[in-house]
Ligand binder design. Sequence first.
Ligand code: ADP
Ligand code: MG
Length: 276
Amino acid sequence: MADAVHNGTNGRDPNALVVEDLRVSVGDRQIVKGLNLTVRPGEVHAIMGPNGSGKSTLANTLMGNPAYTVDSGHAWLKGQDVLALETDERARLGIFLAFQYPTEIPGVSVENFLRLAYNSSKGTDLTPVEFRMMLWDKLEDLQMDRSFARRYVNENFSGGEKKRNEIMQMAVLEPSIAILDETDSGLDIDALRIVADGVNRLLEQNGDKMGVLIITHYQRLLNYIKPQFVHVLARGRIIKDGGPELALELEEKGYGPMLAALGVELPVEETANQSV
Ligand code: ADP
Ligand code: MG
């Protein structure tokens, strides 16, 4: 315990991602309004919420996107003050955010892209051959084809292939906390399965070291990957915490009844298109 106090964790689980009373603004509007969350290694958490509730704002803030201003609050991981770090330092600390709309990088293979990301995040200098050996092991674990690694990043990738790429990044970088912001409502069942199978495999192999935060409007992803903890975010606050049953309740009834029961009113522009 004395050590925990000395390294700044102050009694918090040093291996967990701990978010405390976080408030975030975009421009002059506060979007996240006092959010608390603890994700420990081995845990899968889902944050669900209506469109516009601040889910992506949370993810982007944790990764250090400069468009988001932290008004107050903290985020801790391994005794480090996450919000004081640059984005690349956060990645090295073990925070991973899957890119929702990754850009094409013509002429750069998945393998080379990942090797650069790996070497920079681990502070290593693996040669192409050394890296390839490691990558092939990971691909085998994930039951993915080696040929995929030779493709150019995101060039003509299908939705499913983009997801494979995301999972592969995660497998290679071995984050302490993996954040998957899955607002892409266009994901088909195959793509959902790829994400879920990948995450589940990584948890099996590396689960004692990795926490997962899945951010989603829709509950259907949660049919394939089972969170132990579900948090409902509305208007920048977590309005309800529970287990998987919360996600099922939202699937059945939508967000309306839960918000109404808790007295949460959505602004008019956020009430459109809130079906689950
Ligand atoms: P969610 O992911 O829950 O749908 P977001 O965090 O994307 O919600 O958005 C919450 C609110 O913040 C919305 O009103 C959105 O318009 C605004 N917002 C989020 N990110 C930006 C941004 N980069 N620029 C301007 N407004 C933003
Ligand atoms: Mg979003």
